[in-house]
Write a protein that binds this ligand. Structure first.
Ligand code: ASP
Length: 323
């Protein structure tokens, strides 16, 4: 019988970290070969090809590098991989997943995972997460679901998942909708069908700057006013409540919205922006009338990635198709 083929790329993160000097902190040192050697069960699942693409803490990856990773993943599918798994640090996993989701136009699953405990810590979760991620990548039920995140036996969709705890094993959640599925006794179970997805064309440039600013109490407007002179081409605001800013911000944002796309998402961590509830200056009705877009359920970090990709592919005029 023909064995299934799959590929794994390792990028770094806690999953690849251990202590190299007694008393020092953990750092990324373990690449793909080490992962394969320490997880013999991987070879029982499929014909596994592993590559180490970096050994970085995930905060230090950038969009240009992620495009390289994505090209690598697409090549794996072109060469016959049934699914692809990427391991990386959990700190930016929700952003990477979003970036990949908007560009992944294949039916095969692309699955991201990481670890909350270093490889040499008691109860390290990395190997279990990788095995679960591979099971998901190999499952027929994962087709046409785009990019998935597998952590702690849960399967999350890229556009909803967030890191909601800094150190706990159960660090990932999808606030408005819950996980899309689970891994139970090594088997993959989805609790809802695959939904329609929207992808963005591959960026033609990567130099565009998109700011993310949080609305906070008694904030001045200096940074907002400097965005155009500093060369920013887009802005995301993590707004108060259902997508609100102060009166002062509302005033300065009006002329800026005529020059660049602005998305207002909620800073609450769950829920959606409103569209026709609040009538005060700085409320969503005022901001929409001034040309700002409401982010809906898309969290501010994910909205920034969407906007960066749309601007980079000359598709910013398509923004209202997405939020
Ligand atoms: N704490 C992070 C992790 O869980 C470090 C990183 O994101 O690289 O992997």
């Amino acid at each position: 019988m023909l064995r299934a083929k799959m590929s794994i790329a390792t990028l770094g993160g806690t999953l690849s970290m251990q202590r190299t000097t007694p008393g020092a902190g953990i750092t990324p040192v373990l690449g793909g070969e080490a992962l394969l050697a320490s997880t013999p069960a991987l070879k029982e699942l499929a014909d596994v090809h592993v590559e180490s693409l970096s050994l970085l803490p995930s905060a230090s990856m950038d969009f240009d590098f992620l495009l390289t990773v994505l090209s690598w993943a697409k090549r794996q599918v072109a060469q016959g991989a049934q699914g692809v798994v990427i391991t990386q640090g959990t700190d930016t996993l929700e952003e990477t997943a979003t970036f990949f989701e908007y560009l992944w136009d294949l039916d095969q699953p692309l699955v991201l995972t990481g670890a909350m405990r270093g490889a040499d810590q008691p109860g390290a979760d990395g190997r279990a997460n990788v095995l679960d991620a591979c099971r998901v990548a190999l499952s027929e039920d994962s087709a046409k679901r785009g990019v998935l995140v597998v952590m702690n036996a849960e399967i999350h969709q890229a556009l909803t998942v967030r890191k909601t705890h800094s150190l706990a094993l159960q660090a990932f959640a999808s606030p408005n909708v819950g996980p899309a599925g689970m891994i139970i006794e090594h088997r993959v179970h989805f609790s809802r069908p695959a939904a329609a997805r929207k992808t963005v064309p591959w960026p033609v440039r990567t130099t565009q700057k998109v700011a993310l600013l949080e609305a906070v109490l008694s904030a001045d407007t200096t940074l907002v006013e400097q965005l155009v002179p500093l060369g920013y081409e887009g802005l995301v605001i993590a707004g108060f409540g259902a997508g609100h800013v102060s009166e002062q911000w509302s005033t300065v944002l009006e002329p800026i919205a005529a020059q660049m796309p602005i998305i207002v998402s909620t800073r609450c961590g769950a829920g959606s922006t409103a569209s026709d509830t609040y009538g005060f200056k700085g409320g969503e009705i005022d901001l929409i009338n001034k040309g700002l877009h409401m982010g809906g359920c898309l969290c501010p970090r994910k909205a920034r990635i969407l906007l960066w990709l749309l601007i980079g592919s000359d598709s910013a005029h398509e923004l209202s198709r997405f939020v």
